[in-house]
Design a protein around this ligand. Structure first.
Ligand code: CP
Ligand code: NVA
Length: 314
């Protein structure tokens, strides 16, 4: 079924229904197949896209640039060192200026509040390319990768290990709740998602039939899981925060390694990581390089899913 998402922002998956998320995944699949066959669209022809980055990026930046180019548009990379955002000029003013020139704006940075303010004032679609709180475009790529491996999202047990209250832990919880999956957040208790977010997702789960679990027991989380997922133990901007060394020590038992893959009891289990990965910290080099690892399919899917978001919302 086709949905009209024109003019919509993409700030968190909380704002999207399961049907709309499925529509974006279906569109991404089609765009991926087309690209494989050498069929390029002009869905973004003569469209100008601003890419604002407060934090560094390989995948997200390159996915936006390549997706815009594939669809005949133009992307402009704006690091916060190049523009006045938040320093000399307020977010509100920058949003209104960019909105007069560009047809869509991607923002990656620290505060969720900043991307929301951009959306409030820009007058054109604004997409969240990662904040401290959420990373919604990543989740689309992750879900597409799950579909490619298992045919569907229904009945999938998806276990996340590590810092379960960072942007990835939060966004995967929302995405899996929305899509009616069995999601396990596995971390030391103090790194579980915030109570309010858990309650919100439990309400979503009542509607979608999702099962949401929170545990500090990695073997229990891994058992029967189709997907083992992890992310860095120290996110961008946290490097010099107090207590980081202690956090890393606490997270050591939550590493994805071959023992954990074996604990799934599934020969078809897959290992995912949003990347960049710190080998032999959150994921063993062996598991990263194993046949179970689909991390580069997942990275490629950033391109197709981000393209789908832009094509659908512009
Ligand atoms: N996964 C991801 O967002 O990667 P980048 O930080 O390289 O964009
Ligand atoms: N949690 C990580 C995700 C990187 C894609 C970070 O914010 O650095």
């Amino acid at each position: 079924m086709a949905f009209n998402l024109k003019g919509r922002h993409f700030l968190t998956l909380l704002h999207y229904t399961p049907e709309e998320i499925q529509f974006l995944l279906d569109l991404a699949k089609t765009l991926k197949q087309n690209k494989r066959m050498g069929i390029y669209g002009d869905n973004l022809k003569r469209k100008n896209i601003a890419l604002i980055f407060e934090k560094s990026s390989t995948r997200t930046r390159c996915a936006f640039v390549c997706a815009v180019n594939d669809e005949g548009g133009n992307a402009e990379y704006l690091s916060v060192n190049d523009i006045q955002l938040g320093g000399k000029e307020s977010v509100e003013d920058t949003a209104r200026v960019l909105g007069r020139m560009f047809d869509g704006i991607e923002f990656r940075g620290f505060k969720q509040e900043t991307v929301e303010k951009l959306a409030q004032y820009a007058g054109v679609p604004v997409w969240n390319g990662l904040t401290d709180m959420y990373h919604p475009t990543q989740i689309l790529a992750d879900l597409l990768t799950v579909i490619e491996n298992f045919g569907s999202l229904k009945g999938i047990k998806f276990a996340y290990f590590g810092d379960a209250r960072n942007n990835m832990g939060n966004s995967l919880l929302i995405g899996c709740a929305k899509m009616g999956m069995h999601f396990v957040s596995c971390a030391p208790k103090e790194l579980w998602p915030q109570k309010e977010l858990i309650e919100t997702c439990q309400k979503i789960a009542e509607e979608t039939g999702a099962i949401l679990e929170f545990t500090d027991d990695p073997k229990k989380a891994a058992k029967d899981s189709h997907v083992l997922y992890t992310d860095v133990w120290v996110s961008m901007g946290e490097e010099n925060q107090p207590g980081i060394k202690e956090r890393v020590e606490k997270l050591r038992p939550y590493q994805i390694n071959m023992d954990l893959v074996e604990a799934t009891g599934r020969e078809d289990a897959i290992v995912l990581h949003c990347l960049p990965a710190v080998h032999d910290k959150e994921i063993s080099h062996e598991a990263f390089e194993s046949k179970y690892s689909k991390v580069f399919d997942q990275a490629e899917n950033r391109l197709h899913t981000i393209k789908a978001v832009m094509v659908a919302t512009i």
